[in-house]
Design a protein around this ligand. Sequence first.
Ligand code: NAI
Length: 396
Amino acid sequence: MIIEPKTRGFICITSHPKGCEQNIVNQINYVKSKGLVENTKKALIIGASTGFGIASRITCAFGSKADTIGVFFEKPPSKGRTASSGWYNSAAFEKEAKKEGLYAKSINGDAFSNEIKEKTMALIKADLGQIDLLIYSLASPVRTHPKTGVRYKSTLKPIGSTYTNKTVDFHTGEVKEITIEPSSGDDIDNTIAVMGGEDWQMWIDALQENNLLSTNFKTVAYSYIGPKLTEAVYRKGTIGRAKDHLENTAFTITDSLKNINGKAYVSVNKALVTQSSSAIPVIPLYISLLYKVMKEKNLHEGCIEQIYRLFNERLFATQVPTDDHNRIRIDDWEMREDVQEEVTKLWKKATTENLSAIGDLQGYKNDFFNLFGFNFDEINYDVDTDEMVLIPSIDS
Ligand code: NAI
């Protein structure tokens, strides 16, 4: 079929298998150009198909020649309907891994469920014995609790008072005001239940009970802090409470891993265009301005550059550099004072008329379409393309 982008709000409901493959190959080539980092031999990546998760899987496999198991929740293709991009990304990843003789298997399903945990553990037991690294990069709007069956929905709301600020519709470039009502009822608890640390801990507990973690095992989950500009809706909002919970969980997990000298970390990453971040109000405007400033200062990184730096310089250092909350900060360049000062100045000025000049709206849009395999120069989008691309390790 001829596959074109079809957007609905902040998502794209089609994706291009060849373009997704190009996206993966580009990331693999980046890692290969940097050389081996030899940090992990057997890694489990949860949320492994898009954004920071696929970048982590690529870095493990092509940076360290590690065996990888990836868990994700993606839509397979059906005749006449494309798969979700994370599906095609994973198919491309496995194809490239196989070419290099690397072990790579994937599990598609709800990582919050007992069933997927059991399935993953059975695979580790059968194929890898133990893992030495678990990357937790899951981003989801909902979670069904495996013990109670309660379905929680997360929210992206300020806490305490109504928040009004600028935002951009990145499709049209229109800068407008947005007002978000504060959280109410169980919004905070529900968001913590979805995006906090409970599920991360459940994974670690289950793996440890089954003796699937090696000595010196490490685990890392991803978090975000960001600037004052976005804090009402992000770090001091409902999602920020969930990130507080996630960050505190790292301490509990490290305690529980003492007998194997294991460690849990949270890495605070840079704001980047991913399927999850495009859904957060205000963030697309911030990212458009941030990209402009960071590109001008030659500081811009995408997911793969961020994760390679995390692996190469931080996570496996003899003394892991952390802030006073034990967090690894690869958002250091984003948070630099000179960067933030300029973004704040631009933020005040930003209007529909000037955004494409003072911000990097084009860069935002391009990254957005790239997530779904579109806008790659190497791909001819006018030719008939087979949408029925399967993931080799998944029976479909
Ligand atoms: P993403 O939307 O690109 O990736 C989410 C991943 O989770 C996908 O692999 C998806 O298949 C998987 N997933 C979702 N629900 C699932 C479920 N029920 N079971 C199994 N897998 C499931 O998101 P992104 O942005 O890469 O986020 C990953 C982490 O990085 C999140 O914790 C996020 O808060 C954090 N982060 C993101 C930043 C950003 O600007 N995008 C900045 C800093 C941190």
